[in-house]
Design a protein around this ligand. Structure first.
Ligand code: PEP
Length: 262
C-alpha cells in the first residue's frame, strides 16, 4: 500500500507528566521502539506536545532524536499585558517549531472562539511555526447530523488565506465525544470525516494543498485501534492523548505506524 503522505504520530501530554521524567521517557521510548527509534523517525514524523515549562528542556533532549517538540497553545499577540500567555516569538527563541491549536479542551474549557483560533493560526504561520489545527464535532452535533457543518465552520474560519501551503500545517480531526472517553471513532467514521476535510481543502483552497496536508485522527487512539485506523490512507497519523503518557504504549503505536509506512 503506498501512502501519499508521511505518517505523523503526535503526542498530546496536556497538563500531565513531570519535567524530571523527560530523560527517562526518552530512554524508555528508545528501549521499546522497534526496530529502533532512529529507524522510526526516518520514516515517521514523531511529535511530542508538552506543557509550556517543559518546552526548552524537551527540545534539547528530543531534537537530537529527530522528534519535534510542540507547544499546546499560543497567543497571537507579539507581547504585552496578556498574563499567563505565551507568544510565538517566545517559542521561536527556544527553537520550538510546532503548536497544537484549537484543541477541544481549549474551545470548551477556555471558551476559545473560531476567530481567536484563526488569529493564532495565521500568526503561527507567519512566524514559521507549524500549527496542528484541531477540529471536531460534539456528540449532540453528530447525533443531529451536523458533523460536516461543524467541521466546515471550524475549517472555513481558519483556512481563509489564499497562500496556504499544505506542508506548513496539519489538521487533527478529533471528535469531541472520543477525546479522553475511551470511545474511538470507527475507521469508517474517521475515514468519512477525513475525506470530507480533504475535499473541503480541494474545493476551497487547492488540489495541491488537499494532497499535501496531513490529517491526523485524535480521540482515544490506543494500540489496539492504531493499525485499523492507519489502514485508511486518508488517516495520516494520530494525535494521541492518554495513550502517549506511557512511553511503552506510545512506542508500540509508533512501531505499528512504522510497519504501515512504505
Ligand atoms: C487529545 O488530547 O487530543 C486526545 C485525543 O486525547 P485522548 O487520546 O486521551 O482521547
Amino acid at each position: 500500500m503506498t501512502r501519499p503522505r508521511k505518517i505523523c504520530m503526535a503526542a498530546n501530554w496536556k497538563m500531565n507528566q513531570s519535567i524530571h521524567k523527560l530523560e527517562s521517557y526518552a530512554k524508555d521510548l528508545e528501549n521499546f521502539s522497534k526496530p529502533s527509534l532512529s529507524k522510526i523517525t526516518e520514516k515517521l514524523h514523531v511529535v511530542l506536545g508538552v506543557p509550556a515549562p517543559f518546552l526548552e528542556k524537551a527540545e534539547s533532549i528530543f531534537r537530537p532524536k529527530k522528534i519535534s517538540i510542540s507547544a499546546q497553545n499560543v497567543h497571537w499577540e507579539e507581547s504585552g499585558a496578556f498574563t499567563g500567555e505565551t507568544s510565538l516569538n517566545m517559542l521561536n527563541e527556544i527553537g520550538i517549531q510546532m503548536t497544537i491549536l484549537g484543541h477541544s479542551e481549549r474551545r470548551t474549557l477556555f471558551h476559545e472562539t473560531n476567530n481567536e483560533i484563526r488569529l493564532k493560526f495565521e500568526k503561527a504561520l507567519s512566524k514559521n511555526i507549524t500549527p496542528i489545527l484541531c477540529v471536531g464535532e460534539k456528540i449532540e452535533e453528530r447525533q443531529t447530523g451536523k458533523t460536516f457543518a461543524v467541521l466546515e465552520e471550524q475549517l472555513s474560519s481558519c483556512l481563509s488565506q489564499e497562500k496556504l501551503d499544505g506542508k506548513n500545517f496539519l489538521i487533527a480531526y478529533e471528535p469531541v465525544w472520543a477525546i479522553g472517553t475511551g470511545l474511538t471513532a470507527t475507521r469508517d467514521e474517521a475515514h468519512e470525516a477525513h475525506k470530507f476535510i480533504r475535499e473541503y481543502l480541494e474545493k476551497k483552497i487547492s488540489k495541491t494543498v488537499a494532497e499535501e496536508t496531513r490529517i491526523l485522527y485524535g480521540g482515544s487512539m490506543k494500540q489496539d485501534v492504531t493499525r485499523e485506523l492507519l489502514r485508511s490512507t486518508e488517516i495520516d497519523g494520530g494525535l494521541i492523548g492518554g495513550a502517549s503518557l506511557e512511553p511503552e504504549t506510545f512506542a508500540s503505536m509508533l512501531n505499528i505506524a512504522y510497519e504501515l509506512s512504505p
